[in-house]
Structures are given as C-alpha cells and as structure tokens.
Design a protein around this ligand. Structure first.
Ligand code: ADP
Length: 220
C-alpha cells in the first residue's frame, strides 16, 4: 500500500531518534512510512506506524519501489553510518523530494549533507547538549534557544513582579524581555497581556535575548 499522500512523512532509519520522531508524528495524526535495514527494529514497530519496511535505503531501486520520491517530506534519521546517510541523501535529492530533513552526528557530517543540498540539517545531540547546559547552569525550568542569541524560558515569576500589572512592572524596559504567557499553580496557560497581574507561584514563559532571559530566570 502506498501512503504517499498529503499529510504523510517517510522516516528512513528507525534508531532511537527516528523511532521517537516517527511515533510522535503518528500520535499527531500524520501517516508514517518507516524504513530500516534491521529486521528486529522493523518487527518491533510493526503495527505502530502506518507502514514499516525492512529495506536498504542506499539502493535507488528500493526507494523507487517504496515510492519514497512521492513523499513531500522525508526525514533521514540515519546518523552513525555516515556513508549510508550520505548515499541515501544523494538518492533522495535525485528523486527530487521537495523537503528533506536529515540528522547529522557532527559538524563534518552536517556540512556534507548541506553541500549536497539537503534542505534542513538537524543536530539532535549537539542541540540537546547545549539546551541541557543552559538548564544545568541556570534556574530555568525549561529552555529553548530559537536561534543563536534568542531564547524562550519557562521559570517562576519573581517576587517583585507579583501583585502588579506587567505594564506597571515594565518588564520590557527593566529586564529587556517579554512575558509571553503565564500559568497559575494548578491552572492553565494563558497569554500574558499588559494588564495581567502575576501571582505567587505562577509560572511564566519569557521571550528575549538569551543572556537576558537567563538573567531573568535567576531572579527570585
Ligand atoms: P540513533 O542514534 O538515533 O539510534 P542510529 O544512527 O544509531 O541512530 O540508527 C540509525 C538506524 O538506521 C539504525 O536502526 C540502522 O539500522 C538504520 N540504517 C542504517 N543504515 C541503513 C540503510 N542503509 N538503510 C536503512 N536503514 C539503515
């Protein structure tokens, strides 16, 4: 059965990263064709993905047979076998897949994928390492750097912001950050407005330059 339709993604390489990605896509309603060379992996994911096939992605005839070229989006999640990753990337480009995401294990691998013309190269381990470094170092409950130098942080509302409106607190001018959303203890997330009054124990989502949001997260 071919599933190369509107909202479907082919995931090549079902290691830890590829599997996690494929299952998350499935749970959000996306059809997934999973491809891996390893029989045990294919067996274990049978029934969990729309379709799982044991195949070698470095062979053009195999990709043709699986209609991989008809997918709008393909994620190449082979990392450790760099040769297989690069050969597969080259074939996906040859098949003119419109959007190819590929995982790179290091800068060198990523550079080759980019030179080939892969559209989105991702570095899951490097990015996660950097992210966790910020969590370990700072006081933030969660941290996401959107781009180098600009981040979103989840943290507890510092005491001096409680009981007055965000407008009065002038967080933009005094801290150089924007409070985007807040959540009272045990409550739901809400968008923050100028007349929002934060309470004790509220969690806030703060957006701004990395250094400023980190400094803000350290306030108590
Ligand atoms: P992770 O670090 O996310 O576990 P790996 O790079 O270790 O990622 O795993 C990649 C997966 O890709 C493995 O399950 C492996 O069997 C699969 N794989 C490697 N080469 C090929 C290939 N030529 N064709 C299909 N699958 C492959």
């Amino acid at each position: 059965r071919r599933i190369a339709e509107a909202d479907s993604v082919a995931v090549i390489g079902l290691g830890r990263f590829g599997t996690s990605l494929a299952l998350e896509l499935m749970s959000s309603g996306t059809e997934v064709l999973g491809i891996d060379a390893d029989e045990d992996i294919v067996q274990s994911l049978n029934g969990e993905l729309t379709q799982v096939v044991r195949a070698d992605s470095t062979r053009l005839d195999v990709l043709h047979q699986l209609a991989v070229g008809e997918f709008d989006r393909v994620v190449l999640a082979i990392g450790n076998d760099i040769t297989a990753s690069i050969l597969t990337a080259s074939l996906l480009l040859q098949l003119q897949v419109p959007v190819i995401w590929a995982k790179a294990v290091d800068e060198q691998h990523g550079a080759v994928l980019e030179q080939l013309g892969v559209h989105r190269v991702i570095y899951p381990e490097k990015d996660m390492g950097r992210r966790v470094a910020h969590l370990v170092r700072g006081a933030a409950a969660d941290y996401l750097e959107i781009d180098r130098g600009y981040a979103i942080v989840k943290t507890v509302a510092p005491r001096h912001l409680q009981g007055i409106t965000l407008r009065e607190a002038a967080v933009r001018s005094t801290h150089g950050i924007t409070v985007a959303a807040y959540r009272p203890e045990g409550g739901e997330w809400r968008n923050a407005e100028a007349d929002t009054v934060l309470g004790e124990g509220d969690t806030v989502l703060v957006v701004g330059p990395t250094t400023k949001v980190e400094r803000f997260a350290q306030l108590r």
